[in-house]
Ligand binder design. Structure first.
Ligand code: ADP
Ligand code: MG
Length: 455
């Protein structure tokens, strides 16, 4: 690190470099993106040039410099050289009094003063269609809104992408705002929480950060998995969490998996996250997908989609609701453009990429691989003759999943598991079903495996 007294540095601020400095800063922002620029480089200043053409730049804190130097020095150096052909080398140093004399920062910072994420007005309870897969999460979300008292804390909603978690959280926020306008509701993504936290460190303003988040009535953090592995953000979140719980303030969290499976999140935080109610948003089944689309079609009375088209979409696009809506919008846009009703044939053409992706079925081999990985045995053990329990049980699990989730027949599956008889497969299926009934820990393993295979 270059910690030396700036007075020892024989540099001169030459006019040519000063003239170019604004342009260079602009290019740096283009190159690294505006968020990274705002966070790390908006205070980058031009210090001066040495007689042998080494260009010195400075940042006003060690925190900024420690991050920016390894990440951006090369890029910045290349940009400086491209603007100023005489530059031989570029060095970044610490200078607490540095001043870049450019207004980029002020103009940028105005946009990020708001420390919450915006709420989508369409994401309300009325527009949320309830089915078997989301009824629990929906009921829990509604319950949180019904009273100003804390019934359970936190509410943790989890599930795969595009299944309605964010929609439910926004709905809660709208509902509480409407019922009790005085309550301070703060909704933001975990990413934004981290960003705000880093910003407060950077401006040495952690006190007001803490105050801001510890004085809310309802705190909602979306996509908590984002802070996995981000230790200091997690630490701060943990304290915020505890402080709010102590004050009986409501916390609502969403994630892509249950608290117990959040890798990279400290045990003490994971256990706190599962203290309240943990609700899973499952994949929507056909009926729910159909209802969601019907509701959409109804909201747009001007376009008459044949019910066959709606059924076709609901049947074929089964991955998540976001994709389903995307497919619907694509057809809508097309029919508006050409001013003709959509047929199944056109739908197939227009959506062939989505249809192909949704058609993708899991294979026996994928199941074998994943199960072997999960139980920490070798892939070969799936097809070997070994009978020891250590490998026999996982093998049965893989057979069971293959039977239930692939179109293969019992004899075919037997063959793929080292030439076993179809009765062995049948026995495995029965055994696994039995164990799922008797042993909830075992049933959980199956659930996790299914989720990781996307089935
Ligand atoms: P997630 O946060 O789980 O990734 P979102 O909440 O962003 O998913 O949902 C994706 C899209 O699907 C949104 O447009 C949302 O309105 C819609 N959606 C999901 N579930 C439902 C539902 N049950 N009823 C109506 N719209 C839904
Ligand atoms: Mg979301």
């Amino acid at each position: 690190m270059d910690f030396f007294d700036l007075k020892d540095l024989h540099v001169e601020k030459d006019q040519k470099s000063l003239d170019k400095w604004g342009r260079i800063l602009g290019d740096i922002r283009e190159e690294v993106g505006s968020i990274a620029f705002k966070s790390w480089l908006s205070k980058l200043s031009y210090v001066g040039m040495t007689p042998d053409n080494v260009m010195y730049l400075s940042l006003p804190s060690k925190f900024l410099l420690d991050w920016a130097k390894p990440h951006y020095e090369n890029k910045i150096s290349a940009l400086c050289k491209s603007h100023l052909s005489n530059v031989k080398n570029v060095k970044m140093i610490l200078d607490e009094n540095g001043n870049n004399n450019f207004a980029i920062e002020e103009e940028q910072d105005k946009n990020i003063q708001d420390n919450t994420s915006p709420l989508d007005p369409r994401f309300n309870f009325e527009n949320f269609i309830v089915g078997k897969s989301n009824e629990f999460a929906f009921a829990a979300a509604k319950r949180v809104c019904e009273t100003d008292k804390v019934v359970f804390n936190p509410l943790f909603l989890f599930g795969g992408v595009g299944l309605g978690k964010t929609h439910l959280m926004h709905a809660v926020a709208w509902d509480i705002k409407e019922r009790s306008p005085k309550r301070k509701v703060v909704y933001l993504s975990a990413e934004k929480f981290m960003y705000e936290f880093v910003k407060s460190l950077r401006f040495k303003d952690t006190m007001s950060f803490k105050e801001k988040f510890r004085s809310v009535d309802v705190l909602m953090i979306d996509d908590i998995q984002f802070i996995a592995g981000k230790d200091s953000t997690q630490e701060e979140f943990f304290h915020t969490f505890n402080s709010l719980v102590d004050q009986s303030k409501q916390i609502i969290i969403s994630g892509d998996r249950p608290p117990s499976e959040l890798d990279g999140i400290e045990e003490r935080l994971r256990s706190r996250l599962s203290f309240g109610v943990v609700g899973e948003v499952h994949k929507a089944n056909y009926e729910l997908r159909l209802s969601i689309l019907m509701a959409k079609a109804e909201a747009r009375k001007d376009i008459k989609f044949d019910i066959k088209i709606i059924e076709f979409l609901a049947k074929k696009i089964n991955s998540n609701v976001r994709e389903l809506e995307g497919a619907y919008r694509r057809l809508l846009a097309h029919s508006e453009l050409v001013n003709r009703p959509i047929t199944i044939e056109t739908a197939k053409q227009l959506l062939h990429d989505l249809l192909r992706a949704n058609d993708r079925r899991v294979t026996v081999e994928e199941i074998q691989k994943r199960v072997a990985e999960y139980f920490n045995i070798r892939f070969n053990d799936m097809v070997s003759v070994r009978r020891s329990r250590i490998v026999a049980r996982p093998r049965q699990v893989a057979m069971y999943l293959s039977k239930v989730h692939t179109p293969k027949s019992l004899p075919e599956i037997g063959r793929l598991f080292g030439g076993r008889d179809h009765t062995t497969v049948m026995h495995a299926v029965k055994k696994v079903e039995e164990l799922c009934q008797l042993d909830s820990a075992f049933a959980d393993h199956i659930k996790v495996l299914k989720r990781s295979l996307g089935i």
